[in-house]
Design a binder for this molecule. Structure first.
Ligand SMILES: *[C@@H]1O[C@H](CO)[C@@H](O)[C@H](O)[C@H]1NC(C)=O
Ligand SMILES: *[C@@H]1O[C@H](CO)[C@@H](O)[C@H](O)[C@H]1NC(C)=O
Ligand SMILES: *[C@@H]1O[C@H](CO)[C@@H](O)[C@H](O)[C@H]1NC(C)=O
Length: 437
């Protein structure tokens, strides 16, 4: 103040005018900001109460995909077939405070925790997905017992008469197609093994098939080797002749298209795609083979370079277009989020970036998100090696998710979650968004 008083009157006037303008400006900004944020807060509140409201089945809550909601992966260390996803509901968020969490602490309370199952009330919530794999497996065993043909000779013809048993008629003749890497192939293999069946591969890194005759259910894997447009001399797998998906389709995949991949609609009943680990490796190898040793792209702990982003984006966009051209509209299609390594550090930075890129491309194409990989991120104890999730809680979760999406597409599932299971289109418009990860 003293300083101001010592300067001339004019300066004081100017200073006054400037601060007045500043104050009015701040007022206007904060006013519009708080109005905007109030509007936003209201929208968020409405969204959440819609999403979490499960007492009223007409609410949009029933279009929420439980596997995309935040939740808890319950793992039973004695029985991996009890693994299940427990989305956090409003009842859970408002649940009473356990004694151990009371503050101030109850007299004599020494906090320590125990391993328990999830409280029954949260397991039983309508939003907790069903253990489809348990039901399907039990039905498989009773169907097998009902026929006299030995297991290895059984075909779908043996089971036509019992196809509707166990309320599982909707599964008959379904075809699931996975365009991905060995992580997906292992999931098919493990699924097949649960049913005492064997997955067949004509040669490594080509196609793989699992047929479950009790349901006339077939899972097909087309090994997708990433974005490269040709087979470079630095390619690290000697037994792979074709790399581009265009050539792989013509030479390896297409022969299975009409024989294995078309379900009751003439198209696959569920299509999942993903390209992560092969692109990660190819981009590393490419830089190492072609650039001087001290080039920054020679590092494996690095981001994608922008030119790599542009390259992969163009290729994945073309790949997604190829899916549309090959299968046409109306096929339930999902981007399977990319799995990380068992010990995941800065070397996986580009893998997360490839994941985000595919999400954007898949989202625009109207594909939904299969979040299995994000649910198991950092659960390295569920892996069998550096790269692959093992048979156990991770594969059981995968099986339940795959069957739930298949049921949704087939228009079968719990009424109390209607309209979710009313066919893929019933909730698709609410689920085609990326969801912000
Ligand atoms: C764990 O179990 C012990 C013994 O039954 C009990 O005293 C303790 O309160 C439990 N911890 C919690 C957090 O419930
Ligand atoms: C098995 O499913 C396929 C594909 O949906 C179908 O074409 C075939 O007729 C089914 N087989 C039997 C025995 O029903
Ligand atoms: C990750 O995989 C590597 C290679 O198979 C293995 O040595 C390591 O023990 C694994 N780490 C974990 C946490 O499973």
């Amino acid at each position: 103040m003293v300083a101001i008083a010592c300067t001339g009157r004019r300066t004081v006037g100017v200073l006054f005018a400037i601060s007045a303008i500043f104050m009015v400006g701040m007022f206007l900004i904060s006013e519009s900001f708080s109005r905007a944020s109030w509007g936003y807060a209201q929208q968020v509140q409405e969204h959440w109460s819609n999403v979490l409201q499960h007492s009223d089945p007409t609410k949009i809550y029933n279009c929420a995909d439980p596997y995309r909601r935040p939740g808890y992966l319950y793992i039973d260390s004695d029985d991996y077939k009890k693994t299940r996803w427990i989305p956090y509901t409003e009842d859970f968020l408002d649940a009473e405070t356990p004694t151990a969490a009371e503050y101030p602490r109850p007299e004599g309370m020494d906090v320590s925790f125990n391993v328990t199952t999830v409280d029954e009330e949260f397991v039983e919530s309508a939003s907790t997905p069903r253990l489809w794999a348990t039901e399907v497996l039990a039905e498989d065993s009773s169907r097998r017992k009902a026929v006299s043909t030995p297991t290895k000779d059984q075909t779908a013809d043996d089971f036509v008469d019992v196809k509707d048993e166990g309320d599982l008629g909707w599964l008959w003749g379904r075809r699931v197609l996975l365009l991905g890497d060995s992580v997906d192939r292992y999931m098919i293999q493990f699924f097949c093994e649960e049913f005492g069946r064997k997955m067949h591969q004509p040669a490594p890194h080509t196609t793989a098939t699992c047929e479950i005759p009790t349901f006339n259910l077939t899972l097909v894997h087309w090994h997708f080797a990433g974005s490269m447009t040709y087979r470079p001399d630095w390619w690290w797998m000697d037994d792979m002749k074709e790399i581009s998906f265009e050539e792989r389709f013509t030479n390896l995949w297409e022969p299975t298209l009409d024989t294995k991949v078309r379900g009751p609609t003439g198209q696959p009943d569920l299509l999942m795609w993903q390209s992560g680990l092969w692109d990660q490796r190819a981009l590393w190898e490419c830089a190492e083979a072609r650039l001087p040793e001290d080039h920054p792209l020679g590092e494996r702990e690095r981001q994608l370079a922008w030119e790599e982003v542009r390259f992969v984006a163009a290729r994945i966009r073309k790949f997604v277009g190829f899916l549309d051209d090959t299968f046409g509209p109306g096929v339930p299609t999902m981007f399977r989020a990319i799995t990380m390594h068992n010990e995941s550090d800065a070397r996986d930075a580009n893998l997360y970036e490839l994941d985000r890129l595919s999400r954007a491309i898949g989202e625009r194409a109207g594909h939904e998100m299969f979040e299995w990989a994000r649910i198991i991120t950092a659960f390295s104890m569920l892996y069998k090696d550096q790269t692959h999730a093992a048979k156990g809680p991770a594969s059981w979760l995968w099986a339940n998710m795959m069957l739930e999406y298949l049921a949704r597409g087939a228009g079968a599932g719990d009424e109390d979650r209607a309209p979710y299971f009313g066919g893929w289109e019933a909730c698709h418009q609410h689920l085609r968004g990326w969801g912000g990860r």
